[in-house]
Design a binder for this molecule. Structure first.
Ligand code: CTP
Length: 398
């Protein structure tokens, strides 16, 4: 999803966390949003307006009494065209003003005039955050329909350790995407698998593969943004849980099968992006295997084909999507898997193609179903996820 045609107002108040908002502004601009930054005077002590002007390509607004700028009496126009208004970092002061309708500078006047979704990311000292006055003000913001992000706990710039840190820009970005995304999969139950499985050899070793989990996580994230009710069953990966997604962590193929089967009956759409071991060691040693001799032979046995089982027991109307990662004869092999596993669609890629596969952030896939195939160009995994969901939506819901 890109943000073409969306206008975002980013309010910045006086807090050391203001530097993080430069990353946020940059990410939003890269996603093609039209970003206007409004700063309080105190915010300019922490970061220069020029930073935001350079990143967004738009004039940064600081004060209602800036006589040189067209918005001096037109903040209402700016408020009208905003699709979303995020104040990050939000100081105790701006929270108090917003809660009580005080409008005494460019930021608070525009905020009061805006009818779009408003999100606050408080950032302040723990004692200020926990003060009942601040807490009451935050409750008031929520009462008036605004969103308040719970700050993180950690080491604060003032030296204290406690609650009050602004979340990282990636989390704020995701919340904006989540809020702005068209909710075209509302109420649809989507089950996604992701990542590698690990099959134990002994207490310290396992057999696995190079799957990073990025493709499956991108699908789960994109589905959640569209309003789907998403469960993500994942092998061991180093990725943050996407916003709004129910995550179930597993290790082995057998555990993955248990977790998938527990959810499958209640799922409208199942996307199996996990790289599941086809074989596991037949015997798992109780103790660490000591070295002896020049060779070690491991006897392996088949694991269950989870997707084939799902295909054999598909409930009426359920949409089943598999992946086929091939190193040769991609189309032929993928079509065979589509038929053999009773799938509605298979996403095929060739790991030998540069830009496709495990280690990279991009993928080059072909979507194959009974009607034919669609070859997609090289895309980010997030974009591939969007295209897969568009196709599923078109085929299942028209
Ligand atoms: N899959 C599965 N259970 C397994 C192995 C794979 O559910 N034990 C699923 C994968 O999540 C993927 C699809 O089956 O959606 C195809 O996986 P892939 O490894 O490409 O194919 P296999 O069916 O394992 O066939 P082969 O290894 O012979 O290519």
């Amino acid at each position: 999803m890109d943000l073409s045609g969306k206008h975002i107002i980013l309010g910045i108040t006086g807090s050391i966390a203001a530097y993080k908002s430069a990353y946020l502004a940059s990410a939003l601009k890269k996603a093609k949003a039209d970003v206007t930054v409004i700063m309080t005077k105190n915010a300019t002590e922490f970061i220069a307006p020029l930073t935001f002007e350079t990143l967004t390509g738009n004039r940064c607004l600081v004060d209602t009494f800036d006589r040189n700028f067209q918005y001096e009496v037109e903040h209402v126009e700016l408020a009208k065209k905003a699709d979303i208004f995020m104040i990050a970092p939000a100081s105790a002061d701006v929270i108090a003003k917003a809660a009580h309708g005080i409008a005494d500078d460019m930021l608070t006047t525009t905020l009061l005039a805006a009818a779009c979704p408003k999100i606050f990311a408080p950032a302040m000292n723990t004692r200020m955050f926990q003060n009942p006055i601040t807490q009451d003000n935050l409750s008031l913001l929520k009462k008036y329909g605004m969103t308040v992000i719970t700050p993180q706990t950690g080491y604060l710039a003032c030296g204290d350790v406690g609650i009050g840190k602004m979340p990282e820009p990636e989390a704020l970005y995701e919340l904006i995407m989540y809020t702005l995304c068209q909710k075209n999969l509302c109420g649809v139950k989507v089950l996604v698998s992701a990542g590698p499985t690990r099959e134990a050899i002994d207490p310290v070793r396992f057999v696995s593969n190079h799957s990073s989990g990025k493709m499956g996580f991108a699908i789960a994230r994109a589905a959640a943004r569209r309003g789907a009710d998403v469960t993500l069953v994942t092998g061991q990966v180093n990725l943050a849980t996407p916003l709004g997604v129910m995550r179930v962590d597993v290790t082995s193929a057998a555990e993955m099968q248990g977790a998938i089967n527990a959810q499958a009956k209640n799922s409208d759409v199942i996307v199996m992006a996990a790289a599941i071991a086809d074989y596991r060691p037949k015997h798992v040693a109780d103790q660490k295997i000591k070295k002896s001799g020049d060779n070690l032979i491991l006897e392996m046995m088949r694991t269950a084909d989870i997707l084939a089982d799902l295909g054999a027991n598909k409930k009426p109307g359920q949409f089943l999507c598999g992946f086929a990662m091939e190193s040769e004869n991609m189309e032929k092999n993928a079509k065979e898997k589509l038929a053999k596993k009773n799938l509605d669609m298979i996403v095929a890629n060739n790991i030998r193609t540069e830009g496709a596969g495990f280690a990279v952030d991009t993928n080059i896939v072909t979507l194959i179903d009974s009607e034919g195939e669609t070859q997609l160009p090289i895309l980010s995994k997030d974009e591939v996820a969007e295209r897969i969901l568009d196709e599923i939506k078109r085929k299942k819901f028209g």
